[in-house]
Design a protein around this ligand. Structure first.
Ligand code: GRF
Length: 196
C-alpha cells in the first residue's frame, strides 16, 4: 500500500477527488493533507474525512523558501509518504525539495502542457483562440510545469466561453484525470493516459 501525501493551497477539490478514489483495491491511501495556508478550506474538508492535516504559513518566511520548506518537510516526513501529490499547490518548490521526492511527486496543471506553463492558463488559451484546452498530470522536476507527462485530459473551448466557464470545464476533467493517473502511478505504471 502506497502512502500518499497531498499538498494544497486552497479549496482542495482535486485533493477530495484523489481521497475519494483511494478505496478498495486502489494501491494508495491518503496519509496527510498539508498546505502553505493555514486557512485553506481544503484542510477542514480533509480533517472532516479523518485525514491528518498540517499547515505551515509561508508568509512569515518571506523569501526564505528553504526555511518554509524545512517546516513543511518536517510534517511531510512524519507521515512517511511514498508519493506526493501537488493539488492546487501554489508555491514554487526549491530544487532541494524536488530532489528529495523526484520520481514520486506529481502535479496537476490546468493546461495541455507544454502549452501554457505558469499562471492564467485559461485566459491565455482564450486569447489564443484555441479550440481545445485541458489539463495535465506530470512528474515534478526542477523545470516548472515541465516534468514527464503522465496524463492529459482535453475539453472543447466553446463559443462565448469566459475564463470562469472554461476553468470550470477543465477543473471537472482534473477531478477525473488525477485519480486515474494516481492509481496507475501507485501501481507502478507510468504509461501516459489521455482522456477526452
Ligand atoms: C485550480 O485552478 C486547478 O485548475 C489547479 O489548482 C486550482 C485549485 O484547485 N490545479 P483545487 O480546487 O484546490 O484542487
Amino acid at each position: 500500500m502506497k502512502r500518499v501525501a497531498i499538498l494544497i493551497s486552497g479549496g482542495g477539490s482535486n485533493m477530495l477527488a484523489l481521497v475519494a478514489s483511494m478505496t478498495g483495491d486502489h494501491p494508495g491511501r491518503p496519509v496527510l493533507v498539508t498546505s502553505n495556508d493555514p486557512a485553506a478550506s481544503g484542510l477542514t474538508r480533509a480533517a472532516a474525512l479523518g485525514i491528518a492535516t498540517a499547515a505551515v504559513d509561508h508568509r512569515p518566511f518571506g523569501k526564505d523558501r528553504a526555511g518554509f520548506e524545512a517546516q513543511l518537510l518536517a510534517h511531510i516526513e512524519a507521515a512517511h509518504p511514498d508519493i506526493l501529490c501537488l493539488a492546487g499547490f501554489m508555491r514554487i518548490l526549491t530544487p532541494g525539495f524536488i530532489a528529495r521526492f523526484q520520481g514520486r511527486m506529481l502535479n496537476i496543471h490546468p493546461s495541455l502542457l507544454p502549452k501554457y506553463p505558469g499562471l492564467h492558463t485559461h485566459a491565455r488559451a482564450l486569447a489564443a483562440g484555441d479550440a481545445i484546452a485541458g489539463c495535465t498530470v506530470h512528474e515534478v522536476t526542477a523545470d516548472l510545469d515541465a516534468g514527464p507527462i503522465l496524463g492529459q485530459a482535453r475539453v472543447p473551448v466553446l463559443p462565448g466561453d469566459s475564463e470562469d466557464t472554461l476553468s470550470a470545464r477543465v477543473l471537472n476533467m482534473e477531478h477525473q484525470l488525477y485519480p486515474v493517473v494516481l492509481r496507475r502511478f501507485a501501481g507502478g505504471d507510468r504509461t501516459p493516459v489521455t482522456l477526452g
